[in-house]
Design a protein around this ligand. Structure first.
Ligand code: MYR
Length: 185
């Protein structure tokens, strides 16, 4: 039998990326399963996942700003687009669309049709109250808090519960104005 042709550099990177993505997905699944065992209550697991995400988000934002070269957003609309198109792509490998704006421009939804966190996942009937991806809502909340935006982030639709997409609602509660550090004379 002829030996297999060597893989090109691109093919090797593609398969390494795929293995990393699967490892990430399976590791996240193992964490959720362990939390369900330890905490027993689905609501407690939701809280814990959100808190873990928040802790990640407050750190992740530095890496995001350093790697993305994104400059200051003019408003919350632009910030939402940056999260959906640049942030999600950088950390999840997928993008989201931004819709369902309210008239004030302070509430919108991030819609995800693909979500690598849920590959291989099926929720048992006992876990219907679980927000399996709650780590993501925490990440977004934590990251935005570090750029002076206090938000409430809520799952409105969830493909694990039979919805056609994931819908994450982001509501801007308060924007803390950043003080200019020097006084003009
Ligand atoms: C600004 O300073 O105005 C720019 C603010 C951009 C904040 C973007 C935060 C990125 C969060 C990444 C979320 C990734 C979720 C997987």
């Amino acid at each position: 039998m002829a030996p297999a042709a060597p893989k090109s550099g691109d093919a090797i990177f593609a398969s390494v990326d795929r293995v990393n993505a699967e490892l990430f997905t399976l590791t996240y699944g193992a964490i959720v399963r362990q939390l369900l065992t330890d905490l027993e209550e689905v609501d407690e697991v939701n809280k814990q996942l959100d808190q873990m995400g928040y802790n990640i988000g407050v750190r992740l934002v530095d890496e995001f700003l350093a790697k993305s070269n994104v400059s200051r957003c003019v408003d919350f609309r632009e910030t939402a687009e940056v999260i959906a198109k640049v942030g999600f792509k950088m950390f999840l490998g997928v993008t989201a669309s931004v819709t369902n704006w309210d008239t004030e421009g302070t509430t919108c939804s991030l819609i995800m049709e693909d979500n690598p966190l849920v590959d291989f996942v099926e929720l048992p009937d006992t876990c219907q109250g679980l927000h399996y991806c709650n780590i993501l809502s925490g990440v977004v909340r934590g990251a935005l808090e570090m750029v002076s935006m206090k938000t409430e982030v809520t799952w409105l639709r969830d493909m694990l519960k039979g919805d056609d997409v994931f819908e994450l609602q982001v509501k801007l509660l308060k924007q803390i104005p950043e003080e200019y550090p020097y006084k003009d004379d």
